[in-house]
Structure formats: structure tokens, C-alpha cells
Write a protein that binds this ligand. Sequence first.
Ligand SMILES: Cc1ncc(COP(=O)(O)OP(=O)(O)O)c(N)n1
Ligand code: 3NM
Ligand code: MG
Length: 545
Amino acid sequence: MKFLCYAMASAPPQAVHLRLLSSTLSSSSRRPRPPPSARRYRVAASAREMPWPHVLTVAGSDSGGGAGIQADIKACAALGAYCSSVVTAVTAQNTAGVQGIHVVPEEFIREQLNSVLSDMSVDVVKTGMLPSIGVVKVLCESLKKFPVKALVVDPVLVSTSGDTLSASSTLSVYRDELFAMADIVTPNVKEASRLLGDVSLRTVSDMRSAAESIYKFGPKYVLVKGGDMPESSDAIDVFFDGKEFIELHGHRIKTHNTHGTGCTLASCIASELAKGATMLHAVQVAKNFVETALHHSKDLIIGNGPQGPFDHLFKLKCPPYNVGSQPSFKADQLFLYAVTDSGMNKKWGRSIKESVRAAIEGGATIVQLREKDAETREFLEAAKACMEICKSSGVPLLINDRVDIALACKADGVHVGQSDMLAREVRELLGPGKIIGVSCKTPAQAQQAWNDGADYIGCGGVYPTSTKANNPTLGFEGLKTVCLASKLPVVAIGGINASNAGSVMELGLPNLKGVAVVSALFDRECVATETRNLRSILTNTCSRT
Ligand SMILES: Cc1ncc(COP(=O)(O)OP(=O)(O)O)c(N)n1
Ligand SMILES: Cc1nc(C(=O)O)sc1CCOP(=O)(O)O
Ligand SMILES: [Mg+2]
């Protein structure tokens, strides 16, 4: 076993040198390993107790801490995955660029891979800087020896500062060997262009063609990242699964602190895959994470160069994101969705709190406070009281439109429509664990809700309603069209009552999870009785179909 000494370079700033590390430390500095039997016992016990999603990053170290191994570890930690690391190169870099590179000898990379993969139940391997053909080959051999659940390849060829991080000779081995083993490859447009022989990529249509060409090298999915595309207010990425292209739209955040976004995105994808997510969901979560982190870091200052790092652990600074405070959303909670109405409460002489208590008593599975004309302070007090009731009954409470009220009363989520705050902005404010619903009347709106990180959509009006003015009626056909296009669970709304709720659920649309109702519950004398009756109709219908 060799031990390496990092004799630091005296490279002049900005000059990039590929140098091999060769010195060794004396063997007296080695730590004795525990005997194999003891190691096996410890792993088995901990795996039984609580598996921890595990990502191994195979990448270069960034002395500036913004990209490479350092970014990968922070990204995985932020998303709750364990991250081990195999260092392929040590770079001297800062916010100005890359000043020097020491490549770790191939045999020592093999040894690191062997150490981790033979012992630590790695779920997903994520690659970053692979500086030479030999390093790529060593990695492929190790992955054949120790297969993992998924391989995420971020083809780091050139740093964002324009410095070469992988010899051009590695392109062929990337394409011919590593891509064939990859679950996803995540080039930016510059990398995609280099991988395809310096083709010009200027439009989203070019990105689609590039994704298709890279797919032919063998990965299961390709994500071509358009963050560097000029002349667009959106950051558009193209996701390709071999059949369908999906454009993922994100907001372009105005900040210089973008160093390490590519490494972070790939590590987030790897973390989500390690947690068991599907590929598209993993990509979506990763994109949202990067965008939110950039937003929270846009004004931070570290270093004097043109491109600074961003804060992966922004969640620790934002109270609504506090770890452990978030409930998790389950689509079945949409089954009987009670939506309050301030006018109806007044008409029947009930407080919001009394209405919510009665709806829960009758069996509502989720509640939304839709108080269109309440004064803010009064509304907040009522919302806090409703939170107490909902919390003690295990029923989620959402606030209609008012993100400020939702934050202040620590509600479980927010419901927004097409003219309210954008769902992605709501997500940014509420954090990843809160429930976000979006009203959608078309397949395109349903797709956008998914892209924006919503949890469910409300679709209506299924029937005409007098509760919401000028609301178009979609009927069953409109509801079906939206449900079939939606990747999110759907709750139907608009004119639904005890006499027609059964027919709505009998449509048998797999992602139609329930009905949302206002007047049939709250414009009645006894809210609890009406809710109980509707719940029993829904239960009977759904047990038959
Ligand atoms: C579950 C559910 N679906 C749809 C709506 C309507 O929201 P929006 O279009 O924003 O209209 P307002 O409710 O704000 O008038 C909803 N509230 N809940
Ligand atoms: C709030 C709301 N949103 C709708 C939509 O179509 O998005 S229909 C609607 C009102 C639903 O009230 P009722 O159950 O009394 O018909
Ligand atoms: Mg609204």
C-alpha cells in the first residue's frame, strides 16, 4: 500500500500543470485496520439498524471548496446522503481559476476505490474530474468488480473558468467505456459539444440533438444542461430517456456565485437515486436544490475572482427548512379536501376554527383555509388556532394564496393558482418539505406544476360553481385530459357535492386521488354531518371501483 505526500506546487498563478504525485510517507504512519471479521460484523449490524443512502464521489479536490469533492460532500449532506470520496486529483484553485493540478497515481485511485467499495455498501457512484484515460479505465474496472445501484457521470472536461481538467485523450474512453455503464450523463453545453467533436450547440433544439447523440453511447438517461446558453432568461435543461425529451425550465439567478453548480447537481441526483427516487424525480429535486441554493447565496462574498462558491447548507439558516420539522405529503391525503370560505362562515355564524374542527370531526383528510377577505392579523390568529387542531388530528393544513400566513403559522403548505405566486417561488420560500398545490386547467399547466416542484394539482371546475367567480367549467373530459397529462396526483374541484362526488371518482383515473369541496360542506347548517356523509359516499365508491 502506497501513501502519498502532497508536495505543493510552486506553479505560477493561472498556469495549469498536470503533475503526478509520487512521494511516499513512511509505512510507520499507517493505521492498523481492524481484522476483517470485526469489520464485517459492524457493517451488518448498522445496515440492519438503519440503512444510510450512500454516494461515493470519484472526483478532484478543489482547494477553494466550491466545486469538486468539497461540493459533492456538502450537496450529499444537504440531501441526507452519506458521501465517501475517492480523490482523483488535487487542484490548486480559487475564485479566479485553476492554478495547478496534481493527479493522484492510478494505482492509488484503484486502492481508494477498493477500500470504499469493498467495505461500505455504496448505493450510487458519482464521477467528477477523471483526469486521464488510465483513471477512467481503473474506475470502470472497479465498478465491474463492485457493482452499485447507479452510476452518475458528470463529464467534467473543462472548469467553468475555462481550465482543462481532463486530457482530451480521455474523450474516447468516456464515450466508449464509461457512458455505457452510466445511468445518467450530465454534460453542460460546452461538454456536450466537446464530447460530440466540437459541434455547435446554440439552441434548445441543438441540445435535444446532442442529448440523443450522447444517449447512443449507452447511458440510460442524458441531461444536457443549458445554464451557459446565452440570451435566455430561463435556465433550460434537456432530459432524454431514449424516447421522450423533457425540457426542465429553471430561473436564471443573477449571481456570480455559480462555481460548483455542475458537481452539485450531479451529487444531488446521486443522493436522490441513493434514496430510491426515479431518475426524473432525482433530476427535478437536484435542479430545484441548485436553484434555491443559488438564490440564497446570490449576495455572499468569498474571494476576489469572477466566480464564487455558493452555500449548500443554506437550509440551516432558514427557519422553515429546519431539519425534522417537515411533514411528508401522501397523495391519499387528498381524498376529502375541505376548503373553507370566509363568506360562508359569516353567513352561518361560525368562526374559521369551528368550521375546521367540524370538517375534521366529519372526516376531512386535508384542509385549506381560503379566506379571501379576512384581515391579515385576524387571519393569522385563526390560522394558528387551526394549526393546533389540525396538528393534533394529523390532518395537514394548507393556506390558500397567502405564503406569508403559511410561514407565520407554520402551516403544512400552500395552494396557489395560475395568477398567484409561482409555485417555484413558493417552494423557494417554504423549503422542500412543505406541501404545494397548484390549480391547473390544462396539460401544460400540469407539466409546469411538476417542473416547479409542486406536490399535487387541483383541477376544475368539474361542474359549474358559484363559489368562484368566472371559473371555466372543464367537465369530465377536461378533468380526464389534465389527469392523463399530470405526473402529480390530482384533486378534482368545482361544484362537487354528495350527489355527484361518486361519479367523479368512478372515472377511475389512477392519479385522481380525491375531491375538494367548499359549499357542499361549509354552506350548510352542520359541517360535520355533511363531511361525514360525503366521506362515506367516497369510501363506498372507491371500495367498489
Ligand atoms: C384544491 C384547490 N384547487 C383549486 C383551487 C383554486 O385556486 P386558485 O385558482 O388560486 O383560486 P382561488 O382559490 O385562489 O380563488 C383551490 N383553492 N384549491
Ligand atoms: C376555489 C375553486 N377553485 C376552482 C377551480 O376550478 O380551480 S372551483 C373553486 C370553488 C369550488 O367551490 P365549490 O365546491 O363550492 O363549488
Ligand atoms: Mg389563488
